[in-house]
Design a protein around this ligand. Structure first.
Ligand code: HEM
Length: 238
């Protein structure tokens, strides 16, 4: 077991004004599967946005029929990835990081709107049990429970239209489904743009991106967190 006294230590103020020691350590925050699903989801969403907006007529780089094929294959791959990741998230207990909370949400929003431009430190201190700030949890939770299902439900109804086109009234339902799919697509693109912006606001431009590639990131840990990791999950701490 590593001697925690050898870790660089500094005194940090806890929110309640009490003084507590924290230790700067490299922690593996993202497992191999987590990094795999993050990057494969990113690629699939990019392919879906590119092919979808080609079908819509906004982009004209590849032929229409190739875009339809790309969109259909990527959509099935993404649905499969989402289902498997939902299963993984629940069986590994990772779902706890995604539960939204409004505690500290306003401080984080104000940090991105004002504090960050003034060079103030991020108000949220990430812990082992809560690695996302409240704004992240809120955004990811909305994507998983609203935008994702809106896209795949409307997308599947769109894909299998020939099975339910039946009578004339269904034409209006179809137009509504296409509209809902487009709303979902715009929300997803807006999320991706916001996400890419947030990702560049770490200690350095590439801080968060490197963490999602290597799995490791610099964290300030409490003595209890260091002891916990060194005892129970030594591979996660350097
Ligand atoms: C995840 C499940 C998804 C399914 C099942 C799905 C399914 C479909 C289907 C069947 C079409 C009609 C063209 C075709 O057959 O390829 C379509 C169109 C489209 N999709 Fe998706 N899609 C999904 C996700 C996405 C995502 C993530 C985006 C964008 C971020 C997106 C954006 C679009 C757009 C813009 C259109 C064109 C709509 C129009 O104007 O007709 N889709 N989608």
């Amino acid at each position: 077991m590593t001697d925690i006294s050898s870790a660089s230590a500094k005194t940090a103020s806890k929110p309640n004004g009490e003084k507590g020691k924290t230790f700067a350590r490299k922690v593996k925050n993202y497992s191999r599967y987590e990094r795999f699903w993050h990057w494969s989801q990113a690629i699939l969403i990019f392919l879906l946005a590119f092919s979808g907006f080609t079908v819509h007529g906004t982009i004209r780089i590849i032929p229409f029929h190739s875009a339809v094929m790309m969109h259909d294959i990527a959509a099935f791959a993404l649905i499969f990835l989402w289902l498997f990741t939902a299963f993984w998230t629940f069986t590994t207990g990772q779902w706890r990081h995604f539960i939204p909370t409004n505690a500290g949400l306003w401080e984080v929003i104000m940090h991105y709107l004002v504090g960050m431009m003034r060079g103030q430190p991020h108000p949220y201190k990430r812990t082992l049990s809560r690695k996302q700030n409240p704004l992240q949890s809120f955004a990811y939770f909305s994507i998983m429970t609203v935008v994702g299902p809106l896209l795949w439900l409307s997308g599947l109804a769109y894909m299998f239209y020939s099975f339910w086109e039946g009578n004339a009234g269904n034409n209006d339902i179809f137009s509504t489904i296409v509209l809902l799919h487009l709303v979902g697509a715009f929300l997803m693109v807006a999320f991706v743009i916001g996400h890419i912006y947030m990702v560049t606001t770490g200690k350095t431009l590439s801080h968060y991106t490197k963490a999602m590639i290597t799995g490791f990131e610099d964290m300030e840990l409490t003595e209890a967190e260091v002891t916990y990791l060194e005892t129970h999950e030594p591979d996660r701490i350097k």
